[in-house]
Ligand binder design. Structure first.
Ligand code: ZN
Length: 182
């Protein structure tokens, strides 16, 4: 048991040596625990916005220090066109999203523009650590990113969006609008 204790101590010392702005890759070890560890496997996080580590008392996850991800080189954002054309601007969901975007001067015709704008801003912000870790869903870690959208009158809105964190720097849009400021 002494050996195991020494290993644990080394891992904790490494973790404590990390700075807030360092980046890590999460390495989970398959186990039978009903935990979230597997969801973080091979995901990149900035230390100041990462899941709780260790996750639980028998957590066997390891962290590997990596260099800051580079947009569109070592990290990528994916945003489905249908998140706008088939969801925000759809008449199927009477939840007010369409009216909000339309009040800013955007219509279904702008879906491709919004898809491009979200993708470009999100990957820059993720790689700069300008995101907030907000927990998990059934499959993955979730982060929130603020997207700046200028409405057709030139006024800027700050939109809260939710993304899932995939392996090796992949983030994917889940929620294109979960509130806005201004
Ligand atoms: Zn773990």
């Amino acid at each position: 048991m002494k050996k195991l204790g020494e290993i644990t101590k080394k891992i904790l010392e490494f973790f404590l040596s990390l700075k807030d702005d360092d980046w890590v890759e999460w390495k989970a070890t398959a186990n039978d625990w009903q935990d979230n560890c597997d969801k973080f496997h091979e995901c990149y996080f900035i230390v100041k916005q990462m899941p709780k580590y260790p996750q639980h008392s028998n957590c066997r996850c390891l962290l590997k220090k990596i260099s800051k991800p580079v947009p569109n080189i070592t990290a990528n954002a994916t945003c489905d066109f249908q998140k706008f054309a088939g969801y925000v601007f759809s008449d199927k969901y009477r939840d007010g999203k369409k009216e909000i975007f339309e009040s800013w001067g955007y219509t279904i015709e702008d879906s491709a523009y919004l898809q491009k704008l979200y993708t470009a801003q999100a990957i820059e912000k993720y790689c700069n650590g300008e995101y907030e870790y907000v927990g998990t869903n059934n499959y993955s870690a979730k982060i929130s990113i603020e997207i700046v959208l200028e409405n057709k009158n030139g006024k800027k809105q700050l939109i809260k969006t939710i993304w899932s964190v995939g392996k090796k720097g992949e983030i994917t849009l889940i929620t294109p609008y979960s509130g806005h400021k201004y």
